[in-house]
Write a protein that binds this ligand. Structure first.
Ligand SMILES: Cc1ncc(COP(=O)(O)O)c(C=O)c1O
Length: 395
């Protein structure tokens, strides 16, 4: 239980809150995510199990072919997870010692895998409305040693791809997009696989397309695709002939089968997420002190997360107090993320490079329940809970 500060304790304004004994908006907690498999998913996986041959085979190949089409890329390669996907792309596209522009506001893997490759991360601040990498700040931070930019399409929202590509062209940078959270998002009418040198995806258990553990890399260059395939499987070009040092970052066919089966539903589920997001936009825009996420111009987001900003000056409580009250009303939330990447202890040795917007997000953001199974009634209850908690804690 969160300890509340004095102004947020029980008083005339807050006594209706479920946290202080009032009736909750929803007696049953609204699910934050929906990860259930269907019988079709289970049957697809069982069919692989029955063959007794579990390695990457026809189902991984099918997933690769379908993912390339779905994202408008020429080549797609399955791999063990989204972190491996980043490693495969990074190792193929830049060298140890290179400076790499990275987002200060993202999940750690985008940056930690730059470090694992031996690169030096140069932190770039985020846009205060979209949370995405701020291309103007990136332009200011290009160094003589910068050879690449790694940009995350965060929460399901594409970055300003035109801006990133223009910057990359000007400085001859490789571009790697981390689309772990942005399955089926589009930019200017095109799939995300059409842009940059490589795009990486995670198929982790809670992602929009989830195989438990799993990942994909897409690209449009045959030579790069071959490099990535070699690295993925110990540089093997013939049975036990290893032309370069690589890894075992392969996926397996059970994951491939689940991925293919779930992919049948992904477009409909993504549209359902977009519908929920549109409703949330209307709800949040009516509550002073809360800010809905904006989508990058020209982009259509896929809403892995719907992340709201709370202006602490407009309330008598902290973000954590606000979220504790929402939880008691039956609305769980999550913090993506509790600190910016330059403030992660694991990355403390690198220049912090002044990212005030990203640093400030850590105290402001919270994510609302977001998935394809939310009913209109549940969305309405989320709205009621937000309005109730905001009114109770209004400054
Ligand atoms: C933005 C981003 N990049 C990379 C990853 C890493 O993916 P995985 O967990 O599949 O290794 C994640 C996973 O949460 C992510 O959200």
């Amino acid at each position: 239980m969160t300890t509340l500060s004095a102004p947020t304790a029980r008083n005339e304004k807050t006594k209706s809150l479920a946290q202080f004994g009032g009736t909750p908006v929803s007696a049953k907690a609204i699910p934050f995510m929906s990860t259930a498999l269907t019988q079709a998913d289970i049957d697809a996986c069982t069919a692989v199990l029955k063959t007794g041959m579990l390695r990457a085979a026809t189902k991984c190949a099918e997933l690769e072919e379908r993912w390339a089409k779905a994202t408008e890329a020429k080549y797609a390669m399955t791999c063990a997870n989204g972190t491996c996907a980043l490693q495969l792309a990074y190792e193929s596209l830049f060298s140890p010692g290179d400076d790499v522009l990275v987002p200060a506001w993202s999940y750690i893997a985008t940056v930690s895998m730059v470090v694992a490759r031996g690169g030096r991360p140069i932190f770039v601040d985020c846009d205060p409305d979209t949370f995405q990498i701020d291309v103007k700040d990136a332009a200011r931070k290009v160094t003589r040693g910068t050879t690449a930019i790694a940009a995350t399409h965060l929460y399901g929202c594409p970055v300003d791809i035109d801006g990133v590509q223009e910057l990359a062209e000007k400085h001859n940078l490789m571009v790697i997009y981390d689309a772990a959270q942005s399955h089926l998002a589009t930019y200017k009418g095109k799939g995300l696989g059409a842009f940059g040198d490589a795009v990486t995806y995670s198929l982790y258990a809670t992602k929009n397309l989830a195989t438990g553990e799993g990942g994909l890399v897409t690209c449009n260059d045959e030579g790069l695709a071959n490099d990535i395939k070699l690295l993925r499987s110990h540089g093997e070009t013939d049975k036990y002939l290893h032309e370069r040092v690589g890894y075992n970052y392969r996926m397996n066919d059970m994951a491939g089968a689940i991925g293919c089966s779930r992919l049948d539903r992904l477009e409909a589920q993504t549209n359902a997420r977009r519908e929920v997001a549109a409703q949330y936009d209307k709800i949040v825009s009516k509550i002073s002190g809360l800010k809905a996420p904006k989508t990058t111009d020209g982009a259509v987001a896929s809403f892995h997360l719907y992340t709201v900003q709370m202006d602490p000056a407009k309330f008598i409580c902290t973000r954590d107090d606000f979220c504790a009250a929402l939880k008691a009303e039956g609305v769980p939330t999550a913090t993506h993320y509790p600190r910016s990447l330059p403030k992660q202890p694991a990355l403390a040795e690198f220049d912090r490079n002044d990212c005030p917007v990203a640093d400030g997000m850590a105290a402001r953001v919270f994510s609302l329940p977001m998935h394809h199974d939310l009913s209109p009634e549940q969305v309405k209850q989320v709205g009621e809970a937000l309005a109730k908690v905001a009114a109770a804690f209004r400054a």
